[in-house]
Design a protein around this ligand. Structure first.
Ligand code: 13P
Ligand code: SF4
Length: 321
């Protein structure tokens, strides 16, 4: 019988504890590094050793000499860290922190679908499971997708998965045709051209910056399209004082720190809570981060043959710089 999955039990936390002090103490005791994505709660970003986008975080995970990696992000990010650093203990505050792109591209279905495209190079966005990575020629992130596709021989046909919006954007940038897996991000797909048009009329001097996971109708309107790190750099370096931001609202924390003088206008989602927050990223909390360091659970584990298969396309991406 399979063991029950570990579920963080907040009731085991002594309410008199200063969690920040405990996290600082345990971090040293465990020889741990805390990595956080830009979509994490500001409180988590502020205590992390390193905050970054998917590419920067995978580079940090590949070169750390810490014994434990506490990955404050979503499952595919922590799993990538484990693929790159198998001898380290990799933990994530909440094992249920998934990703709609990864969840809607199961490896078995992907393998079956790929049979229609023999001879194609398979470029997979890092937002996918280790099983999908293992079926890929090369991995990319939103910050290097164009470079990765351009690194493939011009005559080779390409399959791109699992984000159709990022895929379309890369096609527009490179002029290469690609077969796209029909996946999407539930957060970015909620930004609509209609909403953006209203904001543009309301803030005519603002620069519109969006993530390439947005629909083409939105990214075509933008002044700048880029990864979370690239959007942050854009805001930090530009002279303008207003920015309409089309990505998960967690990024606003670092943007505001970089530009305290700027007005940041998040594009509201067009349904539900209108909050532009990723429900998976927001499962992590400071309490669960503390439990993670205290108990070294929940731990990311991987079957070794899948890990080795997934490592090859990841290393190919990292070798591109
Ligand atoms: P970045 O690689 O740009 O940080 O994006 C990760 C992600 O999940 C976007 O939704
Ligand atoms: Fe996945 Fe979208 Fe959340 Fe990014 S914002 S982790 S792509 S669901």
């Amino acid at each position: 019988m399979n063991a029950l999955p570990y579920v963080p039990d907040l009731e085991t936390i002594d309410p008199s504890l200063d969690l920040h002090a405990e996290i600082a103490r345990l971090r040293v005791k465990r020889k741990a590094v805390v990595l956080a994505h830009y979509y994490q709660e500001p409180e988590i970003q502020d205590l992390a050793d390193f905050v970054g986008d998917s590419l920067q975080l995978s580079q940090a995970a590949a070169k750390t000499d810490a014994e434990v990696i506490v990955f404050c992000g979503v499952h595919f990010m922590a799993e990538t860290a484990k693929i790159l650093s198998p001898s380290k203990t990799v933990v994530i505050p909440d094992l249920d922190a998934g990703c709609s792109l990864a969840d809607r591209c199961p490896a078995e279905a992907f393998a079956e679908w790929l049979k229609q495209y023999p001879g194609h190079e398979v470029v997979s966005y890092i937002n996918c499971s280790a099983g999908v990575k293992a079926l890929s020629t090369v991995i990319c992130t939103s910050s290097n997708a164009v470079r990765v596709v351009e690194s493939l021989p011009a005559e080779k046909p390409i399959v791109f998965a699992p984000d159709r919006h990022l895929g379309k954007w890369v096609m527009a940038q490179t002029g290469r045709n690609m077969v796209l897996w029909p996946g999407f991000c539930i957060v970015h797909e909620q930004f609509t051209a209609k909403r953006v048009a209203v904001l543009r009329a309301q803030y005519p001097d603002a620069k519109l910056i969006v993530h390439p996971e947005c629909d083409a109708t939105v990214s075509r309107m933008a002044d700048f399209v880029g990864s979370t790190a690239a959007m942050l750099k854009f805001v930090a370096e530009r002279p303008e004082r207003q920015f309409i931001v089309g990505t998960e609202a967690g990024i606003l924390h670092q943007m505001q720190k970089a530009r305290p003088d700027a007005e940041l206008i998040p594009i509201p989602a067009d349904s539900g809570c209108n909050c532009s927050l990723c429900p998976y990223m927001k499962l992590n909390s400071i309490e669960k981060l503390y439990l993670c360091l205290r108990d070294l659970k929940p731990e990311i584990t991987l079957d070794e043959s899948t890990r080795l298969q997934a490592l090859k396309p990841l290393e190919r991406m990292l070798s591109l710089g």
